[in-house]
Design a protein around this ligand. Structure first.
Ligand SMILES: Nc1ncnc2c1ncn2[C@@H]1O[C@H](COP(=O)(O)OP(=O)(O)OP(=O)(O)O)[C@@H](O)[C@H]1O
Ligand SMILES: [Mg+2]
Length: 306
């Protein structure tokens, strides 16, 4: 066990931002805290990295209690905070060197390390340029590289891809996977369900300070089996209500497509084809899906008290 969280609570006045959560992260895992804005993800990370003192509970990083042995615990971690920033008036290279100096890495070694990271993060060409001139995606890469100067075995990433375009987010996700393959354990937060699905070995779904489910994405999806869906698009517009066939629990309009929720897609497909022939309205695409992590999320968080 690399991270162990037991009954953590954090209150701000009368608000329980984190309300008695417990979980463990195993060595080598990518573990995700998934939840909407205000769920308590950042507050959790801040307690685990020694910024906030919990009102109750304990957190262990490796064998160290973050409250009793903060220095030892912090030496094991690399952190990318929610509002992370590099020094914008320094170059990318200088930022990394400065980080290396803070960690007490000797000069030759920190230069070599910084150069390697800059290459890996596709920043080497621009290494001497001030971070001020960097795009958001490039800045985020500098910040991630800074967190890795210490050869940290445990990385805390608070919304590592938030606000990035598809390409920059993909690059960051690939780097996260790459470091994970090298043996780095990663705890990240996200409100992006698909990202959690793609990256995480296990996910804890957080809502209003509580963990309401915790498992592998595939298992979470399995748990709500029965909500398979068929996505269909017709050539001509269709009245949504006409698609609520027997055996279809819900119909949603999604862009130019309709999503039909059902327990038995195999029974509904022939009905759809029949409908298309009868109304002389061609089906231009049809896909079936198992339950998505989004379905799980909606199902678990729906109707919970605010
Ligand atoms: N320093 C603070 N003082 C008072 N309230 C706070 C403080 N930090 C967080 N909160 C409150 O605690 C709750 C959880 O906030 P937190 O930042 O942990 O959520 P989050 O899951 O990280 O959300 P987001 O996805 O928006 O980053 C929110 O209601 C927030 O307003
Ligand atoms: Mg946050």
């Amino acid at each position: 066990m690399v991270i162990k969280v037991k009954n953590l609570v954090k209150e701000f006045d009368s608000l329980k931002a984190v309300d008695d959560i417990s979980f463990e992260v195993k060595k080598g895992e990518i573990f995700g805290l998934l939840g909407p804005n205000g769920a308590g993800k950042t507050t959790t990370i801040r307690m685990l990295t020694g910024i906030f003192k919990p009102a109750q509970g304990n957190a262990y990083i490796g064998k160290y209690d973050i409250q009793k042995n903060p220095i030892e615990a912090k030496q094991l971690m690399g952190i990318v905070p929610e509002m992370a920033n590099a020094y914008i008036d320094l170059s990318a290279f200088k930022n990394l060197l400065l980080m290396g100096e803070l960690y007490g890495i000797e000069k030759e070694k920190r230069i070599r390390k910084a150069e390697n990271l800059l290459k890996l993060f596709q920043l080497y060409e621009k290494r001497n340029q001030k971070v001020r001139t960097f795009s958001k995606g490039m800045k985020q890469r500098v910040i991630l590289a800074m967190a890795l100067m210490n050869d940290s075995k445990i990385l805390f990433l608070d919304e590592p891809t938030s606000g990035l375009d598809v390409e920059s987010a993909r690059l960051i996700k690939n780097l996260i996977r790459k470091f994970n393959e090298k043996g780095v354990t990663i705890l990240l937060t996200t409100h992006n369900i698909e990202e959690a699905n793609q990256l995480c070995d296990r996910v804890a779904i957080m809502d209003h300070g509580k963990i309401i489910a915790i498992d592998r994405p595939a298992k979470l999806k399995h748990a709500i089996q029965g909500t398979s869906s068929i996505e269909v698009a017709f050539k001509e517009p269709v009245n949504k209500d006409l698609l609520k066939f027997k055996g279809v629990t819900e119909v949603k309009k999604i862009g130019d497509k309709f999503k039909l929720y059902t327990e038995k897609p195999e029974d509904i497909i022939p009905i759809l084809v029949n409908h298309s022939q009868k109304t002389k309205n061609k089906i231009i695409s049809l896909n079936t899906f198992g339950p998505s992590l989004e379905d799980v999320f909606v199902k678990l968080t729906k109707g919970r008290k605010k």
